[in-house]
Design a protein around this ligand. Sequence first.
Ligand code: GDP
Ligand code: MG
Length: 315
Amino acid sequence: MITKTAMIAIIGRPNVGKSTLTNLLTGDKVAIVTPKPQTTRNRIYGVFAHGATQMILLDTPGFHKARTRLGEYMVGVVKESVADVDAAALVVEPIAGIGTQEENLIEHISRSGVPAILIINKIDKIRVDQTLSIIDVYSKRYSFDAIIPVSAKTGDGVQQLPELLEKYAKEGPQLFPDGMTTDQPEILIAAEIIREKLLICVDREIPHGTAVEITKFSERVPEGSDEADAGENGAIEGPDYDAIIDVDATIYCEKASHKGIIIGKNGSMLKRIGSLAREDIERFMGAKVFLRTWVKVREDWRNSRASMKTFGYIK
Ligand code: GDP
Ligand code: MG
């Protein structure tokens, strides 16, 4: 029975591992993860239970310098997130020096007065003595409630986080139903998974200028899946899934040349993106997925209010 909630903002520069950590703690793929910065665009809630406490993590877009309207939106989301949480967890790279972005975020934390912990991530990349000097640098800069070295990749150190974050819990109504791991509608997760595969498969600047719109997302019962067709000896054959979801997705990019690259030779790139995305969407939905994809050009959509609205970045 849930009696308390703790709302924690996960903040930090792009690519430090905020989404990886959120996914690990919630045990579900609620946020997409790629080796490229600025992957997460929206604020995403990752939810998990710790004893009688509902822990709500806000995975935020990386805090960076805004250069486009989309960038401005992303920075705004971070500022808003810190304003109304029980605590903030600043995630940093394992570097014994404080960058401008970390400075700005520490400034922001101290001004808002929100309790904060520091998570030094990616310690799998460094030695123990290096960890100590990072702790030293940050503890001199700000009085964090705690400084926790972790690896979101190996899971090292992560197990102590729920216990620690629970201290910030407040009594109050349960905000998410039991078992729910995110506030993201399934349709948005499908779009984000496709965008993740684009970021992974296609090189250079192209993916940052892409958006994905889901135009169809409907479930149907596969033919021959009901009891009558369970087979004479009762054995059900074929896939374990008993539902099929049809997903139509349009990938928008900014230039005709980008469209060519995304589609690839004889459609090979789009096929690869589609099949990787389909596998992940199937896993998330627990259903068989038929995914159809299209690529369209929409110039400069990152600076267009109308397009930002279509893709869900402005209400
Ligand atoms: P975000 O932008 O802060 O959300 O960062 P992501 O979670 O998308 O991760 C960015 C990249 O760092 C991905 O390639 C991750 O696989 C990688 N990464 C995340 N955590 C770790 C870690 O603990 N160790 C290592 N070596 N890589 C990590
Ligand atoms: Mg992210």
